[in-house]
Design a protein around this ligand. Structure first.
Ligand code: ADP
Ligand code: PAZ
Ligand code: K
Length: 249
């Protein structure tokens, strides 16, 4: 069995795959190393042969997690590393090591699946967009606050915006102008994301006409559903890229 981990700024996405056919055994989203450990311990018949991971956390946090996995599960951990070029994609950053590894893997996954120009949109703690041309050249990208950051900035920097998660979820069942604070904020922020998608699509069209593939991923991908009709929703895009970057012999 193989354990795969995508350690973002807010959550660790994990999954266990098994056998040559690569069957999904289990998967989950957790908010701490401890919660990951608990989820894995609950799996009956878990027998890990290897583990591969990507992390955008600090080196100290990442090595603490690696230590825990090696100690508690007796597995050696392979970490995705920055690269100037891999699998036909050329990192477009001036300083290639500074490009977020989750972005890099999502790009590798997208180019692997599309084999042509692509726009990759990731809706996590931050929202990112990346442009990859037909020859695999990464043209660069954009980073802006994601849904959790936008709503928390409003909650933190105003005095009268206060509401709970249940109300937030209920507010997002419609896009109509809000008639309460929670509706106004949640729908306003969700429109920011939707507007972002439209702008990125416009830019991609200016480069490539209609001949490109849009990939949408990240925990909040649902918020932009329907904005880009031909887009491919690939929740595990980072894992697709992880398999490309860290093949297991
Ligand atoms: N099972 C889940 N657990 C936690 N958050 C989830 C889950 N499913 C979707 N989300 C959404 O995913 C968002 C975080 O996206 P994610 O891609 O995991 O971020 P990051 O990679 O930055 O940690 C949260 O704002 C939340 O709304
Ligand atoms: C842009 C990000 C914060 C996105 O992280 P996420 O929302 O997936 O947790 C991450 O890819 C990162 O830390 N990147 C380094 C900076 C850069 O890509 O330029
Ligand atoms: K992410």
């Amino acid at each position: 069995m193989i354990l795969e981990l995508d350690c973002g700024n807010s959550f660790i996405k994990w999954r266990v795959l098994s056998g040559a056919e690569v069957v999904l055994v289990a998967e989950g989203v957790v908010d701490s190393d401890l919660a990951l450990c608990e989820s894995l311990c609950k799996l009956s018949g878990l027998s890990l042969r290897s583990c591969r991971m990507v992390s955008v956390r600090t080196a100290a946090e990442t090595s603490a997690l690696i230590d825990m996995l090696e100690r508690d599960f007796g597995v050696s951990v392979i970490c995705a590393k920055p690269a100037r070029e891999m699998s036909g994609v050329r990192n477009g950053y001036e300083d290639y090591e500074r490009l977020g590894l989750d972005r890099w893997l999502a790009m590798l996954g997208a180019f692997h699946l599309a084999n042509g120009p692509c726009l990759v949109l990731d809706f996590g703690t931050a929202v990112t967009a990346d442009f990859i041309a037909i020859d695999g050249d990464h043209l660069g990208g954009f980073i802006c606050p994601g849904m959790p950051l936008m709503r928390n900035q409003l909650r933190t920097h105003t005095r009268k915006i206060r509401y709970d998660d249940v109300a937030a979820e209920r507010a997002l069942t419609s896009q109509a102008p809000g008639r309460s604070t929670v509706e106004a904020v949640e729908r306003g922020c969700s429109l920011m994301l939707r507007g972002f998608v439209l702008t990125q699509l416009e830019m991609a069209r200016s480069y490539w006409g209609e001949g490109f593939t849009v990939f949408i991923t990240g925990g909040d991908a649902d918020l932009v559903a329907g904005v880009a009709p031909g887009a491919r929703f690939v929740p595990d895009l980072v894992f697709v890229g992880l398999a490309v970057a860290c093949p297991l012999s």
